[in-house]
Design a protein around this ligand. Structure first.
Ligand SMILES: [Zn+2]
Ligand SMILES: [Zn+2]
Length: 347
């Protein structure tokens, strides 16, 4: 099959490799239909995750069709259309048995990291019964491409924000995962949803598509003053921090009311520095769960009834042999760019 491989820092190759095969009875082989490029793929490509071995096929955001299953896979069969969670879980370790699937000691993030990922024609997915989710009718394979990763983490971030009907919600960030978190937060019926970031082109799109009720450009206005103006002098009931920047984490604390909930969606490259005393004195709650067990199926359900539609996040598309362009576009972070989608069956 054709695949796109990491060959060491700043070096990717597109070449013919051996098709994946079932190794464990819990595996499934998936024919990839659509995939997306993640910020983590860019980090691996740049060599920032030195534990990723040269020769690894990258990619963990995808949808596809089941081709073959191992002898103990019960829930899926050849021909099933599936969304895939990048976080695999075995189902039998202590953490899995206690519902902490994303802390699985046998699984976790493997695809496109410690084993071959989806930027190829086919991919082997471990623990298929728990890693795959059937795509409901009315949702296409293309629609479902973002469900497993940013969809599920966006939904979990909205859950973590503990939003009650009528609450005010602020999301710091305007990237793909932040936008997904906003769409999911909306399903909890907040009275107002405000996006705060410093990328005006993205903020403008988010606002014009009605994803957020208001957008605050931090480069043009003090976000705390502006949010308080929009909320009639109050601070937000819930804040979702989705930029991964230390400075914005501090801003998220400032934007939250006392006893508010702060949902931490991002992964931070630098150590996060904040005052534990402030958290305690202000009764703030930080919630950090990454992707809960049912998040992928919930997102697919919301896609099925058109509560969320991710089409506007598809900023560029291409085929597998054109992934290099996708990587360039994603790394360049052009104004208003969200996601590169690869159509693996396209010509
Ligand atoms: Zn990802
Ligand atoms: Zn486990």
């Amino acid at each position: 099959m054709k695949a796109y491989l990491f060959n060491g820092p700043d070096e990717m190759i597109f070449k013919e490799v051996r098709d994946p095969r079932i190794i464990s009875s819990t595996d499934a082989i998936i024919k990839v239909s659509h995939s997306a490029i993640c910020g983590m793929d860019i980090k691996i490509r740049k060599g920032f995750l030195p534990e990723v071995c040269p020769g690894t096929i990258l990619g963990h955001e995808f949808s596809g069709t089941v081709m073959e299953t191992g002898s103990s896979v019960r829930k899926f069969k050849s021909g099933d259309a599936v969304a895939v969670s990048p976080i695999t879980s075995c189902g039998y370790c202590e953490n899995c048995r206690n519902g902490k699937n994303e802390k699985c000691i046998n699984g976790g993030w493997l695809l496109g990291y410690s084993i071959d990922g989806c930027q190829a024609e086919y991919v082997r997915v471990p623990f298929a019964d728990r890693s795959l989710t059937s795509i409901p009718s009315g949702v296409s394979l293309k629609d479902a491409v973002l469900a497993g990763d940013i969809g599920a983490s966006g939904y979990q971030a909205a859950l973590n924000a503990k939003i009650k009907e009528g609450d005010s919600v602020v999301v710091t960030g305007s990237g793909p995962a932040a936008t997904m978190a906003m769409m999911c937060a909306r399903t909890f019926r907040p009275s107002i949803l405000i996006a705060v970031d410093s990328v005006p082109e993205r903020l403008e799109k988010i606002h014009s598509y009605g994803i957020a009720d208001a957008a605050v450009d931090m480069l043009n206005a003090d976000p705390v003053n502006e949010v308080m103006r929009l909320l009639g002098g109050k601070k937000a009931d819930s804040v979702i921090e989705a930029t991964g920047l230390n400075s914005n984490f501090k801003k998220a604390l400032e934007l939250s009311k006392d006893d508010g909930s702060i949902s931490v969606l991002s992964i931070y490259s630098d150590p996060l520095i904040f005052s534990a005393t402030e958290i305690k004195n202000r009764w703030l709650t930080l919630n950090t769960r990454r992707i809960g067990a049912n998040a992928v199926s919930k997102v697919l359900e919301l896609m099925g009834d058109r509560t969320i539609d991710t089409a506007f996040l598809f900023s560029g598309t291409g085929t597998l042999d054109g992934l290099e362009e996708g990587y360039m576009m994603t790394a360049r972070k052009d104004a208003g760019f969200f996601k590169w989608i690869c159509d693996h069956e396209g010509r």
